[in-house]
Design a protein around this ligand. Structure first.
Ligand SMILES: Cc1ncc(COP(=O)(O)O)c(C=O)c1O
Length: 348
């Protein structure tokens, strides 16, 4: 029963309500807005002087159609980072409960736990950056509420083995969150279709990567209605702003453009992997199912600093468990990728 996993104060919470939960049109005298207009030009007539729809209806309808799922399973956040935080706040009692992560992985799971005073249990991924199911389940404690899995995983770039992931989903009596931030780069491997079957499963996705919209701050989750309703219950009333919602609607009518980006980036990725492998001092190039590549060089920190002084900013991941001397580079345009390789050869 998922209900048993939810913090009592959240189950009992009386959420903030506004008249906009019931009315979005009419003579709106309920929210102390400025009825005279906006200080800036509202070029798209979004009525920026008015608060946005708390239920995110228009966006959820269009996104649900695109994903071919029920709208009631969808929730939008200020990036998936907001959703990570909300999930921890729904399920984990500060100072009591724990979250399990498999490292190396995306850093915000740990940070969000630390902010919320929730203990982090960490299990290392194996040498191929895959989950060891037995060790992972063994690490679970009585008060472990959530397991975060990331597939494709950041910063390693690989998809997690599907059988293993589903074993965790089936055998863990808590919530399993699968972060699919990079799924557009290998769409067939999504777990969306498993949400119907597993009530403890939450999928997270984002507009920040393949869609090219990191600047609008939009991510979403797909989960059973019970969990989705809890997200709506505790979110800030108007978390999805009108400019962002409008940008998402526009993006969803440009799926072809997104797919073109994915195709191009994946082609560039293959080229870049080959080029990296040809550099003698690059010790290892890891395979990637995402829009970045993890690679190993001698004295990674020095290489990172020297590249930065050449104007090329990549990510030093060498302090992460299991990632000694590893750097991560995002795939970019052909020109910038070539520039990166040229400068890498120079500083190495
Ligand atoms: C695995 C993973 N999840 C989530 C995020 C955050 O996404 P958003 O921009 O939607 O907050 C990132 C960003 O780098 C990421 O790598």
């Amino acid at each position: 029963m998922i209900e048993k996993l939810v913090r009592k104060n959240i189950l009992n919470l009386k959420p903030y309500t506004s008249a906009r939960d019931s009315f979005l049109d009419g003579i709106l005298l309920d929210a102390n807005e400025n009825s005279l207009g906006s200080t800036i030009t509202d070029a798209q007539n979004l009525k920026l002087n008015r608060y946005p729809d708390p239920a995110q209806n228009q966006v959820r309808e269009k996104l649900a159609k695109y994903l071919n799922i029920d709208k009631e399973k969808l929730f939008l956040g200020v990036g998936s980072d907001e959703i990570i935080d909300l999930l921890i706040r729904i399920f984990c009692n500060p100072g009591e409960d724990s979250v399990l992560i498999t490292e190396p992985t995306y850093g915000m799971y740990r940070v969000a736990c630390n902010i919320n005073d929730v203990k982090v249990l960490s299990v290392p991924l194996n040498r191929n950056f895959q989950i060891n199911v037995k060790n992972t389940l063994k690490k679970v404690q009585k008060n472990t509420k959530i397991i975060f899995l990331c597939s494709p995983n950041n910063p390693t770039g690989n998809l997690l083995n599907k059988k293993n992931v589903l074993k965790i989903v089936r055998n863990f009596n808590g919530i399993v969150v699968i972060d699919e931030a990079y799924i557009d780069f290998c769409e067939d491997h999504s777990y969306i279709n498993s949400v119907k079957k597993y009530k403890n499963l939450v999928i997270m996705r984002t507009f920040s990567k393949a869609w090219g919209l990191a600047g609008i701050r939009a991510g979403y989750s797909i989960a059973d209605k019970f969990i989705t309703d809890l997200l709506f219950k505790i979110k800030a009333p108007y978390n999805l702003n009108k400019l962002t919602a409008n940008a998402i609607l526009e993006a969803l009518s440009k799926v072809k453009q997104k797919n073109n980006f994915v195709r191009k980036l994946n082609l560039e990725k293959d080229k870049l992997i080959k080029q990296l492998k040809e550099i003698k001092h690059v010790k290892k190039v890891f395979p990637s199912d995402a829009n970045f590549i993890l690679f190993k060089v001698k004295k990674a920190k020095d290489v990172y600093v020297k590249l930065a002084s050449e104007g090329i900013i990549i990510r030093d991941r060498s302090d992460q468990p299991g990632l000694e001397d590893c750097l991560r580079v995002s795939i970019s345009t052909e020109k910038e990728n070539n520039n990166f390789i040229k400068k890498l050869k120079k500083v190495i």
